[in-house]
Design a protein. Structure first.
Length: 529
């Protein structure tokens, strides 16, 4: 894939900011465009144009899936997004598409859409196989922007290509039979791996996003194609950004639209991690503009580095401070996923354990709390070993408990217990030893990467989980070591505001007072400190 990726970048380097019409000419994107006068589409056209009204209306039937997908064939649905020049669109423009069934075994050519659903109660009707499909507003906007003038575009879009409302059937089926959604989620990693491009839709143009996309495009291209990667690269990049951000730069570069662009919800969606990391190529789309994620990544790195390095005395000190506040404190983790894309290293070398994936994605968003696990399974090196798989029939508490149990027992890792914070819990019916993976964890002093604490020496962990009625009970063997007499204040970032380092030291000294510890004299206490 590196050859295709490099070809895309080299042809892109000599152009200005690019609209979707440009990307439709790039070979890997164009491969998913088809003439709409093929036999199957002519049949659909005849059906659409024979109706007196061409816009979605109450007289049209609600869309229904004609058949289920065959998991044995690794079958998926694809949509053919019909062009704007579709005859039925001449009087009343609408988003129209038709369904096609395909097998991943046959290597179909398509683009995959990555986007945020938005409020499911706010929808716009589109036409799927000439029937009304209620798409969320953000999805309808994306499809409207992606319509080609003369050709149909082959896409995979989860909301349309997966039957989201399929029931497993009887109560027995719900326990023993996966729904279509289960099987499709389980192969979603392969769906994004096979796509010729992943189209990352940030949303329609707003808040001067066109200006932000143009500025980031110029900066990213300069970093990739205009600077040799030698020892002075970072210095030259910093100097260029300084010129780029100066008040007399032409054309002007405005940071607030850039900040707004990175505040869009797509950057926080946990599913986007796998959609980006497993992709061959990712095109970031906002309104009518598109930019390869590598270009955006380089632009972000240049601005972020400038904010971190520029200090007092520089004319742009205040600008650098604003960058640190707006971007440096929360760099999008999705850009990190792009850095681990197929062009960088072998995919198997990039896979990381599920625990690390959960930890690194903590704080990202998901409509369904179970997705804080399900969205990471395709990226986890040990998902099969742990026996964790997605299933819509499982309650959130069951999913979270299975993950905690598997990590503790299979890995003999009790660090999971340090993430059990009762105050922050949002999910109900979780055992006390199961973290709520959907909440933001507080920093913990226990870090397996820094072996500072080893009170148990080489003693192995003795742990088991048993089911007691409807409850899961964790049993851990230990040694009675001492009695806790006092508990100090939390060092959690959110709770220690106003809690100065001096207060921490005073409290620690108080813990080691002669009346409560082994430190008999003041010299003993000073030595301990």
């Amino acid at each position: 894939m590196m050859g295709a990726q490099k070809s895309n970048e080299m042809s892109y380097s000599a152009t200005g900011p690019n609209r979707l019409s440009y990307w439709a000419k790039v070979p890997s994107y164009r491969s998913a465009l088809q003439p709409y006068h093929s036999r199957s589409l002519r049949t659909l056209l005849a059906s659409a144009t024979s109706r007196p009204s061409s816009s979605p209306s109450p007289s049209r039937s609600k869309f229904e899936y004609h058949r289920s997908l065959d998991p044995e064939l690794r079958e998926i649905r694809l949509i053919h997004l019909l062009p704007r020049s579709h005859p039925a669109n001449r009087e009343a423009p609408a988003v129209r598409c038709r369904i096609e069934y395909a097998s991943l075994n046959d290597n179909p050519v398509y683009l995959a859409l990555s986007y945020v659903w938005g409020d499911p109660s706010v929808t716009r009707p589109i036409l799927v196989d000439d029937s009304v499909f209620e798409a969320t507003t953000n999805l309808a906007d994306a499809l409207e922007h992606l319509q080609h003038e003369r050709r149909s575009l082959v896409l995979w879009v989860d909301a349309i290509c997966i039957n989201q409302n399929e029931e497993a059937g009887t109560e027995t089926d719900k326990q023993t039979k996966d729904t279509e959604k289960d099987t499709q989620i389980q192969q979603m990693g392969d769906i994004y791996r096979h796509a010729a491009w992943v189209l990352a839709w940030l949303g329609s143009a707003a808040d001067e996003s066109d200006s932000a996309m143009e500025s980031l495009d110029r900066l990213g291209k300069k970093c990739i194609f205009g600077m040799p990667r030698d020892d002075s690269f970072y210095l030259r990049r910093r100097q260029f950004v300084s010129t780029f951000l100066s008040s007399d730069a032409t054309p002007a570069f405005s940071l607030p639209p850039v900040f707004e662009l990175f505040r869009r919800p797509w950057w926080k969606r946990v599913w986007c991690l796998q959609e980006v990391e497993l992709a061959k190529d990712v095109l970031i789309l906002c309104g009518d503009f598109g930019m390869p994620i590598g270009v955006l990544q380089n632009a972000f790195a240049a601005i972020n580095d400038f904010g971190a390095q520029i200090g007092l005395g520089d004319p742009l000190t205040e600008v650098a401070r604003t960058i640190r506040v707006e971007l440096g404190s929360r760099p999008p983790r999705i850009l990190g996923a792009a850095a681990a894309g197929p062009g960088r290293v072998n995919r198997m070398e990039r896979l990381e354990p599920l625990k690390k994936r959960i930890e690194s994605s903590n704080g990202m968003g998901a409509t369904d709390p179970r997705d804080h696990v399900f969205a990471l399974l395709a990226l986890a090196s040990d998902a099969k070993e742990l026996g964790i798989f997605s299933s819509q029939s499982k309650l959130c508490a069951t999913v979270f408990a299975e993950v905690a149990s598997s990590l503790i027992i299979s890995k003999a890792d009790l660090q999971i217990l340090s993430w059990c914070e009762f105050i922050r819990r949002q999910q109900e019916n979780l055992p006390s030893w199961v973290p709520d993976w959907s909440t933001l964890f507080s920093p913990t002093i226990w870090n397996n990467r820094d072996v500072l604490f080893s009170a148990s020496g080489q003693t192995s962990v003795s742990v088991s989980v048993r089911t007691d009625g409807f409850e899961r009970v964790l049993t851990v063997a230990g040694t009675r070591f001492d009695t806790i007499r006092r508990i100090g204040k939390s060092w959690c970032n959110e709770e220690r505001r106003g809690f100065a380092p001096r207060d921490c030291l005073v409290e620690i000294i108080g813990f080691s007072s002669p009346s409560e510890g082994p430190y008999v004299t003041d010299d003993d206490r000073r030595e301990a400190m």
